[in-house]
Write a protein that binds this ligand. Structure first.
Ligand SMILES: [Fe+2]
Length: 273
């Protein structure tokens, strides 16, 4: 299964413009490109000279943005930890990811977000004979919690979300940043990576064969979570709290394919240098 990237290069340009509050006329003037050329690029024509000029004014890596525009980059599948499963379900006109992590010896498990439907996830829980003790929410936007009531009822698991996030579920328990949880021999640490939403949390999971970070909509392969009002905060949190994790950390994003810290540092237009 090769999931499309969450954002193409025109989406990235749009996110950067909204985040920096930089309209077309001002961007064209600053980058010294014509409005017509800017419009052509934003309509999907990969004109390198224009892309390189605007990238700098959008605080994007020109090379990474060009690679995205020419579809020269797609993340290599990172080393896949045992005791980890990814689910991708259709929600309206997009798809959303949810994840399951378990300790192979004790069968203790945790779920991260619900997807549009938790059917396949619940199948794996049954087949693998897992006990889901906790249901963690990266954030409470509707697409990430769409099947929460059913999933909570089916597993009897406690629902957990950041204390800074609007309530997504009656009876949900809340955690502060840098909280620790254990699922069998697996350790989970909560990193506050807000911006896209006020309590957006990255769950850093250790004890599997690869370090794993479930990042919600903080970051996507080749892009980042949108936030017109908190763009700088989101960038800073990704740089300081996700990109400081080990290079081989698997990044499990809220939308799009899996990637890794090392690959995003090199290829994500918002962060590559
Ligand atoms: Fe979201």
């Amino acid at each position: 299964m090769r999931l499309p990237l969450e954002d193409n290069f025109t989406d990235v340009i749009g996110k950067a413009q909204r985040g920096l509050k930089l309209g077309d006329a001002e961007l064209a003037a600053r980058a010294e490109v014509s409005l017509a050329d800017l419009a052509a690029v934003k309509a999907g024509r990969p004109i390198d000279a224009v892309i390189r000029r605007i990238a700098r004014h959008l605080q994007l890596s020109p090379g990474a943005l060009e690679d995205l525009a020419h579809r020269r980059w797609y993340p290599q599948a990172p080393g896949f930890p045992h005791g980890f499963a990814m689910f991708n379900t259709a929600y309206e006109d997009m798809t959303v990811n949810s994840y399951l992590v378990w300790d192979a010896r004790t069968r203790a498990a945790a779920v991260f977000d619900t997807g549009a439907s938790a059917d396949t996830l619940l199948d794996i829980v049954r087949v693998e004979e897992l006990r889901v003790g906790a249901l963690f929410l990266t954030h409470t936007h509707e697409d990430h919690i769409a099947d929460l009531a059913r999933l909570a009822a089916a597993t009897g698991a406690e629902v957990w979300a950041s204390e800074r996030e609007p309530a997504g579920h009656p009876g949900a328990r809340t955690f502060p940043e840098n909280a620790h949880f254990h699922v069998g021999a697996i350790a989970i640490k909560t990193l506050l990576t807000s911006g896209h939403s006020p309590g957006l949390t990255t769950f850093y999971v250790t004890g599997l064969s690869y370090p794993l970070a479930i990042v919600g909509d903080a970051l996507f392969a080749g892009s980042m979570g949108g936030s017109a009002g908190h763009h700088a905060e989101q960038r800073r949190n990704v740089a300081e709290k996700i990109f400081t994790l080990p290079r081989d950390t698997v990044l499990a994003c809220g939308h799009g394919p899996l990637t890794s810290v090392g690959q995003e540092k090199q290829h994500n237009p918002f962060f590559a240098r």
